[in-house]
Design a protein around this ligand. Sequence first.
Ligand SMILES: [Zn+2]
Length: 370
Amino acid sequence: MINNRLFKIGISIVLLFVGVSCKTTTKEKEDITHQAEKKADFKYWTWITASEEMTDSAYRADFKKYKANGIDAVLINTYADAQVLTKIVPFAKEENLEVHAWMFTVNRPGDKIAEQHPEWYQVSRDGKSCYDEPPYVTYYKWLCPTREDSRSHILSLVEGLAKVEGVASVHLDYIRYSDIFLPIGLLPKYDLVQNTELPRFDFCYCDTCVAEFEKLHHKNPRDSKDPAIDMEWKNFRLNKVKSIVNEAYTIAHDNGKLLTAAVFPYPEMADHMVRQRWDKWNVDAVLPMIYNNFYNEEIDWIGYATKQGVADLKGKNTALHTGVYVPPMTPEELGLAIKMAKDNGAAGISFFDGGAITPEQLAVIKASKN
Ligand SMILES: [Zn+2]
């Protein structure tokens, strides 16, 4: 009798176990299917720059190489030239690659139209204009995001690219202010110490920005003893960048295109370093440049920053694709970087830049695709 009862209890436990185990198996199956779908959708991108020296066949050969190694999308910098892009798009399409129109947005080096208007350029707290005294490097030619004419100029370039047939998105780069703090790994190169917001690297204090801010907040940022702790002044500038993005979003969508952007690693860091708060923008996808090597960080930091960005975008219609800087990476490190992006919720990964990817790295990219 006792044995019989024990036997029955035993059977029940077994059944219970089987029941649970059946449920687990089904759930596991769902998870595996979901993961497989996610994995199949995980997009591979690369940034490339067009060049006058490139022949049509050279473009075709490059696109063929990218496609054969698992790349799904190319972000092409044509210096915002819609005609050059129109010529190149069909070559990429032949290989079934998605094309994104990559442009320098607020920083506009070599912009012949802007150069005719010295007043369009940003002015630092110590009164220097990016027109003739750019900070850090000669190609830092930042335009004022407040002045009506410089803003319209930037947005007209967005519109030109958005009208190019076959383009999936307009991709905004340098959509921020000049670095108030440089990445720590780059400071020795410029022989700089940046413990506070230095006037030389603090923008934009032009008459238009100051007048608009004064009208809103009844104080002049030029008179501030410590503008770094003036939250209205900080927020004013975050909103100036945001307003360009949101307008570009409308322009892109009106032309049947998406809006994407290359941004700093995660929102708080972007806010701190370049006055860019991308989790508050209208944008279809962000490609944070999680360049661990610039910040003296290890590969696992790619996972950390990806996870942070994905969490900050929860509930928003913005996808996140991790951007990585490949030149200093060994093939093994690149493989780990891809895994970090995948495991931490990114929808894809973008490699900077196409021309710099070595054959060994390409092999890792291809092998990781399936
Ligand atoms: Zn200004």
